[in-house]
Design a protein around this ligand. Structure first.
Ligand code: NAD
Ligand code: 0WE
Length: 260
């Protein structure tokens, strides 16, 4: 019996087979979950439908989280297909490219700050608000993806740092709000992984090398490492865990200075 057999999970944030959300979906499928997917736009739709089919899923729904109407429509359509929902995975982040180059203030303006917080933090609360009614009967688990750049300064992560800090605080407030409904809310703080969201970030290779050398496990993490932790956190084995940020980063976050 899989950790998630009989559970229905909605997975957002798949853009390619390198996406963290794809690693999460694969691990959850292996553990017996039935999956539905969202995709950001029609350009990604065909790719996501193909990937969904690989995991036996025919449910793929378009949803741009910056549009309230898309979020409403998503849960209407999901509610038509499924009687209830057991898991919701949020693996979405975006800031304008110019804001992820140079120093914090370079390329930062009111609009970049707004977009980063809207797409990367508010969207988790918005999906929780739309999805919790479908979870009410049996409770459920919500999960988001964050990065240590919320707590510490990394070159070029810039405005995504404050956005992830907001996301992590949102996890705690959602945990308190939805706890009485039997819904747990957690985050995984993943170490750096080369995905589409990391492509074109100057210095990402250097960051990966640094993380590998500094981390207690002396390696970088994979989307499968993150997927396995995600499957656990959304399973009944994690029934006592909510409001928690779990690092899946080969131990990097405990280090003060790397071996000299
Ligand atoms: P990815 O590019 O594969 O996934 C990012 C996803 O966000 C894409 O599927 C994209 O379509 C979606 N997205 C962006 N704007 C959207 C919008 N307006 N509406 C709907 N979807 C939208 O990259 P990833 O690295 O797998 O990122 C997934 C999550 O993991 C992000 O929250 C990211 O911050 C987090 N994370 C990534 C790393 C890393 O090093 N790759 C480390 C820690 C945390
Ligand atoms: O959260 C992220 C990246 C999220 C992201 C990526 C992009 C690239 C394309 C948000 N917005 C955009 N906008 C784009 O136009 N990560 C945790 C991955 C990441 O990004 C970094 C990192 C790490 C790690 C940027 C600088 C330094 C480290």
């Amino acid at each position: 019996m899989g950790l998630l057999s009989g559970k229905r999970v909605l997975v957002t944030g798949v853009a390619s087979n390198r996406s963290i959300a794809w690693g999460v979906a694969r691990a959850m499928h292996r553990e017996g979950a039935e999956l539905a997917f969202t995709y950001q736009n029609e350009r990604l739709g065909e790719r996501v439908k193909k990937l969904a089919a690989e995991l036996g899923s025919t449910l793929a729904i378009g949803c741009d989280v910056s549009a309230d109407g898309d979020i409403d429509r998503l849960f209407h359509r999901l509610g038509d297909a499924w009687p209830d929902l057991d898991g919701l995975v949020h693996a979405i982040a975006f800031a304008p490219r110019e804001a992820l180059e140079g120093s914090f203030l370079t390329g930062l303006d009111r609009e970049a700050f707004r977009v980063a917080h809207d797409v990367s933090a508010y969207s988790f609360a918005a999906l929780a608000g739309g999805g919790h009614e479908l979870m009410r009967r049996n409770g459920g688990a919500m999960l988001t993806l964050t990065y240590l750049g919320s707590q510490r300064v990394f070159p070029s992560y810039n405005v995504m740092g404050p956005a992830k800090a907001s996301l992590e605080a949102t996890v705690r407030y959602l945990a308190e709000n939805l706890g009485p409904e039997g819904i747990r809310v957690n985050a995984i703080s993943a170490g750096p992984i080369r995905t589409l969201a990391a492509s074109g970030i100057s210095g990402f290779r250097k960051l990966l090398d640094h993380a590998q050398q500094a981390a207690p496990l002396r390696r970088n993490v994979t989307i499968d490492d993150v997927g396995n932790a995600a499957a656990f956190l959304c399973s009944d084995l994690a029934g006592g865990i909510t409001g928690e940020i779990t690092c899946v980063d080969a131990g990097y976050h405990v280090i003060g200075a790397p071996p000299l």
